[in-house]
Design a binder for this molecule. Structure first.
Ligand SMILES: [Zn+2]
Length: 211
C-alpha cells in the first residue's frame, strides 16, 4: 500500500452486487465486498499517515441496507484496526438464535455489530467492548473466527490443563464445521444492528434498556 488516494465510487456498486450473489459459496465471506477505500489518512493512535478508511454498503435480503466501516493502520508498530456495521433502518433490540444442525445453516448470513454478544454454544462468548469488531459474514465465518481466536489463545497458554481444554474446544468446533456436531449460535444486540438471517432462526425482541 502506498500514499495514493483512491476513490472507487464508480466501480463499487457493481462489485458489491456480484459479491453478494457469490457469498453463499464463498468461505471467505468476511472480505467479500468491494468498498470505497481512502488511504494515507492520519492514524488516531500512532499519528502517521498510514491509515486506510474503508466504507461499503450492502443490501441484505430480509434485513435491509447495512453500512460497513473500517479503519486499518499499516504501520507495523501500530496495526490499529477497527470495524463496525450499522443498519440504515433503526431496529429493535433483538436476539437471534440458530441451532446449527445442517450444512445449509453454515451459509446463513450473519450481521454482527461491535455491540453484539455472540454465544457459540458453550465454547465461547464474544462480548462487546473496545476490541469488539463488527462484520458481515455467515455462520461458517463466525465459527472460523472463533476457531482462530481459540488457536491464538492455545498458542499463548502455558498451563497444560488450560491448553487441553482449549484443544477440546477447537476439536469440537472442527466437528461442527464438518457438519458432524450441532451447535447453537446466539447473537443479541441492544442496538438492533445485528442479525442471523435464516428461516430456521428464532428471533426474540429484547427489552429496551434505555430510560
Ligand atoms: Zn497507527
Amino acid at each position: 500500500m502506498g500514499d495514493k488516494k483512491n476513490n472507487n465510487n464508480n466501480n463499487t456498486n457493481n462489485n458489491v452486487e456480484n459479491n453478494v450473489d457469490n457469498i453463499n459459496n464463498n468461505t471467505n465471506a468476511d472480505n467479500d465486498f468491494s468498498p470505497n477505500v481512502v488511504t494515507g489518512e492520519t492514524c488516531p493512535i500512532c499519528g502517521k499517515k498510514t491509515l486506510t478508511l474503508t466504507e461499503a454498503e450492502r443490501d441484505i435480503p430480509f434485513f435491509g441496507k447495512v453500512y460497513l466501516f473500517s479503519m486499518n493502520c499499516s504501520n507495523p508498530e501500530c496495526k490499529y484496526s477497527v470495524s463496525d456495521v450499522e443498519s440504515e433502518e433503526v431496529k429493535e433490540p433483538s436476539e437471534y438464535s440458530l441451532d446449527v444442525s445442517k450444512e445449509d445453516h453454515l451459509n446463513a448470513r450473519v450481521i454482527k455489530s461491535s455491540n453484539a454478544t455472540v454465544k457459540v454454544g458453550r465454547i465461547m462468548t464474544i462480548t462487546p467492548g473496545t476490541a469488539s469488531q463488527g462484520y458481515i459474514s455467515n455462520i461458517e465465518g463466525v465459527l472460523k473466527r472463533t476457531q482462530h481466536a481459540l488457536e491464538m489463545a492455545y498458542d499463548m497458554e502455558d498451563d497444560n490443563s488450560n491448553k487441553k481444554k482449549l484443544k477440546n474446544k477447537i476439536k469440537k468446533l472442527r466437528k461442527v464445521l464438518y457438519g458432524n456436531e450441532p451447535i447453537t449460535i446466539t447473537i443479541s444486540d441492544p442496538t438492533g444492528n445485528s442479525a442471523i438471517i435464516h428461516e430456521d432462526v428464532v428471533k426474540k425482541t429484547l427489552k429496551k434498556s434505555k430510560k
